[in-house]
Design a protein around this ligand. Structure first.
Ligand SMILES: [Zn+2]
Length: 347
């Protein structure tokens, strides 16, 4: 083929290239990884949610409806072997998407059967992840998440538990939930995040999804998080975008989730491209893949098609995903080295 066509071909990313691209996933909820068949699709259907006839994935109108669904589906997980299976399947799906490391967020508020025995819950997750790593070579870490709308005493009790138990698998403190309902809560959560940081834990926070740019600013300036989950509404404040770029604060972005929950109108209208073009470090993630009918390779592929991203852009996003992950330093070095080998000298 002519030289120009040949070099274009070398830069264009096809589905196989994208799937095998070494990457990490850093914004993935345990609650969005519960196979609906395993909790009984009938139960979920009775909970008043409509299902897409093509993909079998549920349809949600907004974040509040989605969070209510999580409460109902996760409440059906009462058996330890089921918890292990959910963890194992996360590692299996990760490997199938070229993911070498996953940071998995879990929020006890959605798991009523386990709230009184979080030690055993994390032990069973640990068993599933261990088996997944042995079979599929994927490392995983857990982030314990607080809820924006929960009572302060309940948030504090979770941090007390985490700092006393210190399960090796849990490496970070996080906060999620509906910021539109909670209002600005940065001041309230700041002391808990400070405690976690002093104890050597990583930190991240949902912001700029159900909150505007002020939520992102609070996460960075009050919670001092290492990365922001979503953060896309930072785009509404150009000064904030410039600060995020200058301070290299990574945003872990979930395009399909944002479309499915009505945060943005369409993928073409998604702020990820403008944020990236403004120099903000962004990674791509699925949020809740089984509930949104997506996979990480799908996220990369859809964005590449929509925004015309070539291999070098996708490689840079994969690099951010690994660098901003909470994997152990040695593991990060391994994954970055695999990525460099994969991209070759042109990168
Ligand atoms: Zn999320």
């Amino acid at each position: 083929m002519p030289v120009d066509a040949e070099s274009l071909h070398a830069r264009t990313a096809d589905a196989d290239w994208i799937r095998q691209l070494p990457k990490a996933e850093v914004h993935l909820h345990l609650e969005g990884c519960v196979p609906l068949a395993s909790v009984g699709l009938d139960d979920a259907a009775r909970a008043g949610v409509a299902f897409d006839p093509d993909t079998g994935a549920p349809r949600f109108h907004d974040l509040a409806e989605f969070l209510g669904f999580l409460d109902r589906s996760c409440a059906l997980v009462t058996d330890g072997a089921h918890v292990e299976h959910i963890a194992y399947e996360i590692a299996r799906r990760a490997a199938a998407n070229g993911v070498g490391h996953a940071d998995v967020i879990f929020n006890p508020i959605h798991w009523p059967a386990w709230q009184a025995d979080l030690d055993r819950f994390v032990e069973r997750l640990d068993c599933g992840f261990e088996a997944g790593e042995a079979d599929h070579g994927v490392t995983t870490a857990l982030c314990l998440s607080l809820t924006r709308t929960q009572r302060p005493a309940d948030s504090a009790a979770l941090v007390d538990w985490l700092l006393a138990a210190r399960p090796g698998r849990v490496v970070a403190l996080s906060v999620d939930g509906n910021e539109a309902a909670a209002g600005r809560t940065g001041q309230r959560f700041a002391p808990l995040f400070a405690r976690a940081r002093r104890a050597g834990l990583h930190t991240c926070a949902h912001a700029g999804e159900s909150s505007g740019p002020e939520g992102v600013r609070d996460a960075v300036e009050l919670l001092h998080v290492e990365r922001v989950d979503h953060g896309i509404r930072a785009l509404e404040d150009p000064a904030l975008v410039a600060e995020l770029a200058a301070n290299a604060v990574p945003l872990d972005i979930c395009p399909t989730s944002n479309v499915r929950l009505g945060v943005v109108a369409s993928l073409a209208a998604h702020p990820v491209e403008q944020l990236r073009a403004a120099g903000v470090r962004v990674s791509l993630n699925t949020d809740d893949p089984l509930l949104f009918g997506t996979s990480l390779a799908d996220e990369y592929r859809r964005c590449a098609q929509t925004f015309g991203w070539d291999r070098s852009v996708l490689g840079a996003i994969a690099r951010v995903s690994i660098e901003s992950s909470f994997a152990a330093q040695e593991r990060k070095r391994e994954l970055l080295s695999s990525l460099a080998d994969y991209l070759g000298p042109a990168a």
